[in-house]
Design a protein around this ligand. Structure first.
Ligand code: AHR
Length: 325
């Protein structure tokens, strides 16, 4: 008997062996029964900026509207805590987990653990490493095209500067999908402009004060910089403060461009300090719950439910301040 068991397991792949001890098959998504109300887990990565708060609010509002039970956790900027948060949701027997993963690689085991326990995962706003596959390991990714955001920012800057800029880049959280992709898209966007160069690139962790500190240091090292590309509005606003502290005029001495479209960002555009912000819509709650309903009904879900994002500059920022988050 023991020998037979050993022979069977030896002929199986590692993944199949792992899944033998869970409830989900290695090659298929967990099922979801149609119900009037679901118990939904939402694992948020941190709550330190308006973008995150708007995303959380949209998920809470939609759950409340539907009368669904929401199990909410905030990983406070720690990937290790976020893995523990997901494990706790699994232990609490939620029907679905909405996961906003802080970083690409460290959250893969959380996705796999949920699948093994037969719990459906939907990635919200950020991706995990592609070893975990949509439609196989998790249902879908709901969010923006971060590569395109970076490319659109670069195209806008190229047009504004006639293809001539000495650029400081403030990157988002190291290892997160928006930081990786926004860098890739921007580099792609400037590659045909030989006079557009990134002279320094450092993380500001998507946070305003960190962005200010990093911009201050990089501006001292590169006083000839003519543009700052920040991966989000919060860091751009920090960079604007650093420029003003250094006696430079944002908007004329140095052009600042960014991504998100938050209220303070749009106001800064209206004030002439921020030049443009490519929208990244955080209000993903409604879409997430619609996807849950559709999947439970047996409808086919695309592997990417893509946001349709705008671009804000001095042509449209002012009229959008009131409705921004
Ligand atoms: O994942 C989206 C990014 O995360 C937003 O651009 C940023 O503001 C947030 O923290």
């Amino acid at each position: 008997m023991k020998r037979d068991y050993l022979m069977i397991t030896a002929s199986l792949s590692l993944a199949a062996v792992a899944y033998m001890f869970g409830t989900a098959a290695a090659d298929e998504l967990p099922k979801l029964k149609e119900k009037k109300n679901y118990k939904v887990g939402f694992s948020q990565t941190e709550s330190n900026n308006p973008w995150r708060l708007a995303e959380t609010q949209s998920v809470k509002d939609e759950a409340a509207k539907r009368g669904d039970q929401l199990v909410y956790t905030d990983a406070a900027g720690s990937a290790a805590k976020q893995v523990a948060d997901v494990n706790s949701m699994i232990a609490q027997g939620v029907d679905v987990i909405l996961l906003a993963p802080r970083e690409e690689k460290p959250l893969v085991p959380a996705v796999m653990a949920a699948k093994k326990a037969g719990i459906l995962v939907i990635l919200l706003d950020r991706r995990v490493d592609p070893v975990a596959k949509p439609g196989v390991d998790y249902l879908t990714f709901i969010g923006s095209d971060f590569v395109d955001e970076g490319k659109r920012a670069a195209d806008w800057l190229a047009k504004k500067t006639n293809g001539k800029a000495t650029i400081i880049e403030l990157q988002g959280t190291t290892g997160s999908s928006p930081a990786n992709d926004r860098h890739t898209g921007f580099v792609e966007g400037i590659k045909d402009h030989p006079d557009m160069k990134i002279v320094a690139s450092q993380t500001g962790d998507f946070a305003r004060d960190k962005g200010r500190q990093v911009a201050e240091t990089l501006l001292q090292a590169h006083p000839d910089a003519t543009a700052i590309y920040a991966h989000n509005d919060e860091m751009a606003l920090g960079a604007i403060a650093a420029l003003e502290a250094a006696g430079k005029k944002p908007g004329s001495d140095v052009i600042v461009i960014s991504i998100d479209g938050e209220k303070d960002g749009l106001q800064a555009i209206a004030d002439g300090k921020l030049a443009c912000s490519v929208e990244c819509n955080p209000r993903l709650g409604k879409k997430a719950f619609e996807v849950i309903d559709k999947y439970a009904k047996g409808e086919k879900i695309p592997t990417w439910v893509k946001s349709d994002d705008r671009l804000f500059d001095d042509s449209n920022a002012k009229e959008n301040v009131a409705t921004a988050y």
